[in-house]
Every structure is written in structure tokens, then in C-alpha cells.
Ligand binder design. Structure first.
Ligand code: ADP
Ligand code: MG
Length: 625
């Protein structure tokens, strides 16, 4: 037996491992299993090249809990290590450069940073162990010749020869007192499901019961058999060629990925690139209804089938975090912190590539089957609008297939729609005005008025609408959006010709002051308009600008600070309606009641009359029956 000192200049590295890595203790298991996977894949490669002789046999990796001895063991049948290799890879390499690094960043690090910088991979075992042992026999070794390395979480190690019948490595963790959770079957099972679910080599964790049915019908006999419990699928959908997969395979993969989800994704995007960087994956478009709670099925990031994280914010563009699925890339560093990942050159290239792929796929769906795309529009528009708002490149692509849906449920691209409404909806300044409603039910009266004029109305009801139309207005020349209830229809699309009033100048002045004396002036801005006598006598509107600012403030990023805007409305009086003349003909209380009733009716139309005001209005109306 020999003993030695691990080549580490910073003597206190072990306490540092424990302290810094506190929050990520569980990742030791991922590190050790991925080492076992690496060793196994290496062996397979050597065998293919004719450098490892003979049959490889079963290569399944074993995870064993030994509660009695408080051990957790990770056993592989991979390449193994010779004594020299243990010295080289475990004793020497571990902390080269560690001292400089620790001095530089002392106190500013989270655990993942350290792990990432040094491939502390194997040493993460000390986060949960009082003593770590390696028993390993290289594929190169003579029969039974193996090494036994031990270390108790200090710079001293022991190295010994032992007998080991099989090729490969056994890592024995003597679990520390404060880490006994890692001796629980349920905890390890949970970690295997999280980190090893799609690893490339089969991983066995104990056994499980399986029911097998023999015979048919009444003669059928069910028997229980014990089979190895393999925790992973070594060939998940994203590793296969899209040509070999059917829709059902993707649906099956979705269930495998999110067993707790009952939703069905709308469609998928299979990412498959090997140049200029390596990227595979399958992304699913979920159905996102406006006002629906965002689903918690997150995108998972893998490196060569090893789970890295499901916090992909900053790694994929923000709007794509609403998608589900898997991204896998060899070029993503396995165990670095998120801030490091976000600044990584490859990660940024991957991110813009994914954006492009998503745009490609959407465009392809749109072109191949527009009908089908249009049907899905309602469920995907939030993601697309979000993308158009946040990524200029995506906007340029998506404006070709982003749809406008009118109140008759006809669907147009933006360009098609501008063409459809044509000259009819161009105002006197040469701007095309797109009339929209956020709620066809609530704004029915306004929509009817617009349609009576021969105008078309689109439905824009996503939570991003106010931002979205702002973006469209700034990207298209001479394009304006106006909500149908933002003003009287003649003002929304202002043309040259104007109606004249049947009232004289003097009467108009009297009418205005009569109105102002009888309504709350802080709430209503009275405005006289010479409209058609068939239009309503009074209309209440919320100016487009005000409402949009408020909405944008509510959803964030309005760009302008408006404080708490007071609730104010435009109260538009149609001077050509007979009611205007009647108001002028009445006096005192009678005039007051007339104006109040007419105003309440206008409030009702905008669904603004509530509570006591509504009760009083109904009572007054009943009294007048
Ligand atoms: P990395 O995996 O990034 O190289 P690790 O600290 O995880 O860093 O492992 C260090 C080295 O130890 C590996 O590169 C490998 O050479 C060796 N090693 C670790 N585990 C095994 C194993 N199970 N079988 C064979 N070699 C191993
Ligand atoms: Mg490793």
C-alpha cells in the first residue's frame, strides 16, 4: 500500500468544496454517473477501433444503496483506470490552477462556478461523503489486477492493489452524517429521474416487478416477474433522425418528458445541426390561451444526453421559454453557472439559431397548410407576438405569417389585411386605420357602428396587444390602430367632409355649458360633434392613447411613466340628434334628469355603470315607466 498527497496547493480545498457547493450537493450523482457513461462510451469506441479485445459483455451501470454500511455505489464496466491513470487523472489534475482562481474570486462564487472551472466533477463526491473509494480495473490490466484508492476528504490519499474480477470502476461513497438523505431509495430515484433519464448507457437501480400475461382470454394467466429497473431511455427522440419518427413518436416523447402533463402540444420542431456547432433537440409548441396560467413544463437543457438545467432563461431567447422540450448540445459547458452560460459564445450562437429555426418552422407550417396554421393561431399568437416584440429578426420573419382575425373570423396576414380594408379605411392623412376590438361582446355597439359605415374590425385580445400594435405602427409606414370605442367612428377614421350642425353657434355654446353643469367635470370631458342624426345622442369613449398607456403600464414596459392615471372619459354629444334640441328646450331639474339618464345610458353601453350609480339609474327608469 502506498500513501501520498493529492497535488493541491490550496490545502483547504475540501472545506471549500463543501462550503461553496452547498446548494448543489445533489449534482454529485450526475457527475459520477456521467463519468461512468464516459468510461463506457470510451470502451465501446476502443472496441470498435480494435484496441479493446474480446466481448464487452453487459455494460449496464449499476447504482446501489447499502444502507447498512451507509454506502452509495456507482459501478460501471467501462475502461477503468490503471494505477498510473488514477495518479494522473485523480491525484494530479484535479486542482491545477485552483489556487490562483480561488484567490481571485474568493467570496464571489457560487458552487457551480468552481465545479465548472476545474472539472471538479469527480471531487463533487466529497460534498456528501466522509470517505470516497475507487476500485478500478483497466481494460488494459492483467487478470484481477486492480487498484483501490481512498481519501477521507483531506489531501491525503491511499493507493493499494486489490483483486477485482471484472473490468471497470466502482465508486464507493461512504455517505457523511449530514447527507444521509442520499441513502434513501426515493431520493436517489428522484435524482436519477432528473439527471440520468436520457443518458447514453443503461443505468440500473435495483429491480422492479413486472406483470406478464400469458395465454388469451379466460385462459390468460398473469404472473409477476422481477426485472432490472433501468431508469433511462438511452435513445430519446431527439437523438434520432426526424425521418425515422412519426407524429405519434413525438407525442410519446412528450409524455416521457412530462409525465405529469395532460396537455397535448400543438406541433414540434426538431432541431438537428452539426455545423458550425452541435445542436439537437425537440421543441414543442404548447397551446397558450390568453389569460391562461403559463404552463410549468420547462425546456430542459442537456449536454450529450446529460441533464444540465431547466432554467434556460438567458440561454434561449425569452419568448421561447414559453415552449417545451429539450435542447442538447455538446458545445454547452456541463457544469458552469448560469451567468457563465449566458455569456458563453456558443450559447449565444445557439440561441439565435433556435430563433431562426422556430421562424423557419412556423413559416413552413403556414405555407404548407395555411388552414391548419390559422386554426392554431389563437393558441400560438401569444408566443409569436412576444417574439415579434422582443427579437427584431424574428419580427422580420414573422410579419409574413402573423395573422389578423376579424370579427367574422376571417384571417389575413398583415399585408393582406391592409390591402383588404383598402382606401375605405385610409384617413385624410393617408394613414390606413385598423379598427380593433378587445372584446366583441362588450364592444358590440361600437362594432355595429363601424360595420354600418362599411368598416372592418379585427379582434386583438392577447395580453400583449397594446405593445404589439405599438410595434406594428412603428414598423409599418402610415399604419394606425384604433380601438372601436376610442372615439366616434367619424373621428377614428377622419375623412375630409364634415357634417354641419343644425344648431346655431349660440345654441352650441348653451348645450355645452348645460352638459358641463350636469355631469362630473373631473370625470367627463364634454365634446360636441356634428354627427349623423341617426347616431347615438351621447357616446362615452376612452381615448386610444390614454388607454394604451395604461395597458402597457399594466403589462410592463410602457416606456413612459404615467403614475396613477385618473379615470377620465370623453363624453361626446351628437349635436344633430333630436335629444340635443330637447336638452336646450328644458330647464332646471328636468334638464338635469334628462342629461343624467342619457349619460348613464352611454355609460351602460361601455359597461361602465356599476354599483350605486346603476341601482339609481334603474330606479329612475322604473319611476318613469
Ligand atoms: P472530467 O469528467 O471532466 O474529465 P472528472 O473529475 O469528472 O473530470 O474526472 C476526472 C478523470 O477521472 C476523468 O477524465 C477520467 O479520466 C477519470 N475517471 C473518473 N471516473 C472514471 C470512471 N468511472 N472510469 C474511468 N475513468 C474515470
Ligand atoms: Mg466528469
Amino acid at each position: 500500500m502506498s500513501t501520498g498527497k493529492i497535488n493541491v496547493t490550496a490545502d483547504n480545498i475540501f472545506p471549500i468544496i463543501k462550503k461553496f457547493l452547498y446548494s448543489d450537493h445533489e449534482i454529485f450523482l450526475r457527475e459520477l454517473i456521467s463519468n461512468a457513461v464516459d468510461a463506457t462510451t470510451k470502451l465501446k469506441q476502443l472496441s470498435r477501433m480494435g484496441e479493446a479485445q474480446g466481448e464487452l459483455g453487459d455494460l449496464t451501470i449499476q447504482i446501489e444503496i447499502d444502507e447498512e454500511n451507509k454506502q452509495l455505489r456507482i459501478i460501471d464496466k467501462g475502461v477503468g483506470m490503471t494505477a498510473e491513470e488514477v495518479d494522473q487523472y485523480i491525484n494530479q489534475l484535479a486542482f491545477s490552477g485552483a489556487e490562483d482562481f480561488l484567490k481571485k474570486y474568493e467570496g464571489k462564487l457560487d458552487g457551480a462556478d468552481i465545479i465548472g472551472h476545474f472539472g471538479l466533477g469527480f471531487y463533487s463526491a466529497f460534498m456528501v461523503s466522509s470517505k470516497v473509494e475507487i476500485i478500478t480495473r483497466s481494460y488494459k490490466a492483467e487478470a484481477n489486477e486492480a487498484v483501490h484508492w481512498t481519501c477521507e476528504g483531506n489531501p491525503e490519499f491511499t493507493l493499494d492493489t486489490v483483486e477485482k474480477a471484472e473490468r471497470g470502476t466502482e465508486i464507493i461513497l461512504n455517505i457523511a452524517e449530514d447527507s444521509e438523505e442520499f441513502l434513501k431509495e426515493s431520493r436517489i430515484g428522484e435524482l436519477l429521474d432528473k439527471y440520468a433519464k436520457f443518458m447514453q448507457v443503461p443505468v440500473q437501480f435495483g429491480t422492479r416487478e413486472e406483470t406478464v400475461k400469458e395465454g388469451e382470454g379466460d385462459d390468460a394467466v398473469e404472473t409477476k416477474v422481477t426485472v432490472p429497473h433501468i431508469v433511462n431511455n438511452t435513445e430519446p427522440a431527439w437523438t434520432k433522425s426526424p425521418a425515422d419518427l412519426k407524429d405519434e413518436d413525438y407525442a410519446q416523447f412528450y409524455r416521457e418528458l412530462y409525465p405529469m402533463s395532460f396537455e397535448q402540444p400543438l406541433f414540434h420542431i426538431h432541431l438537428n445541426v452539426d455545423y458550425p456547432f452541435d445542436l439537437t433537440g425537440v421543441l414543442f409548441f404548447p397551446s397558450i390561451k390568453p389569460n391562461m396560467e403559463i404552463q410549468k413544463n420547462k425546456i430542459q437543457l442537456y449536454q450529450s444526453q446529460v441533464f444540465v438545467t431547466d432554467h434556460v432563461e438567458g440561454i434561449v431567447p425569452d419568448f421561447l421559454t414559453l415552449l417545451h422540450g429539450v435542447i442538447d448540445s455538446k458545445d454547452i459547458p456541463l457544469n458552469v453557472s448560469r451567468s457563465y452560460l449566458q455569456n458563453d459564445h456558443n450559447v449565444r450562437k445557439i440561441s439565435s439559431h433556435i430563433t431562426k429555426k422556430v421562424a423557419d418552422k412556423l413559416e413552413e407550417l403556414f405555407k404548407a397548410d395555411r388552414e391548419d396554421f390559422a386554426q392554431k393561431w389563437n393558441d400560438i399568437k401569444v408566443i409569436i407576438e412576444y417574439g415579434m416584440l422582443s427579437e427584431e429578426k424574428f419580427f422580420d420573419r414573422a410579419k409574413k405569417f402573423a395573422l389578423m382575425v376579424n370579427t367574422k373570423e376571417e384571417k389575413f396576414t398583415i399585408d393582406e389585411y391592409i390591402e383588404k380594408v383598402g382606401e375605405n379605411q385610409v384617413n385624410k392623412n393617408g394613414e390606413t386605420v385598423i379598427l380593433y376590438t378587445a372584446n366583441p361582446e362588450a364592444q358590440h355597439g361600437f362594432i355595429a357602428k363601424a360595420q354600418a359605415k362599411g368598416y372592418d374590425v379585427v379582434v386583438l385580445d392577447s395580453p400583449l396587444t397594446s405593445h404589439y400594435i405599438q410595434k406594428l405602427e412603428s414598423s409599418y409606414e402610415k399604419l394606425k390602430f384604433a380601438r372601436v370605442d376610442a372615439d366616434t367612428i367619424d373621428k377614428l377614421i377622419e375623412k375630409e367632409e364634415n357634417n354641419v350642425s343644425v344648431l346655431s353657434e349660440k345654441q352650441l355654446e348653451d348645450l355645452k355649458s348645460a352638459m358641463e353643469e350636469n355631469v362630473n367635470k373631473a370625470k367627463f370631458n364634454v365634446r360636441l360633434e356634428n354627427m349623423d342624426s341617426s347616431e347615438l345622442p351621447l357616446t362615452i369613449t376612452v381615448p386610444e392613447f390614454m388607454r394604451r398607456m395604461k395597458e402597457m403600464q399594466a403589462t410592463g414596459g410602457g416606456g413612459m411613466f404615467m403614475g396613477d392615471l385618473p379615470e377620465t372619459y370623453e363624453l361626446i354629444v351628437n349635436t344633430n340628434h333630436p335629444l340635443a334640441s330637447r336638452i336646450l328646450d328644458t330647464e332646471g331639474d328636468e334638464r338635469g334628469t334628462l342629461i343624467r339618464n342619457a349619460t348613464d345610458l352611454a355609460m351602460l353601453q361601455q359597461n361602465l355603470l356599476h354599483g350605486e350609480a346603476l341601482t339609481n339609474f334603474i330606479q329612475r327608469s322604473v319611476d318613469n315607466l
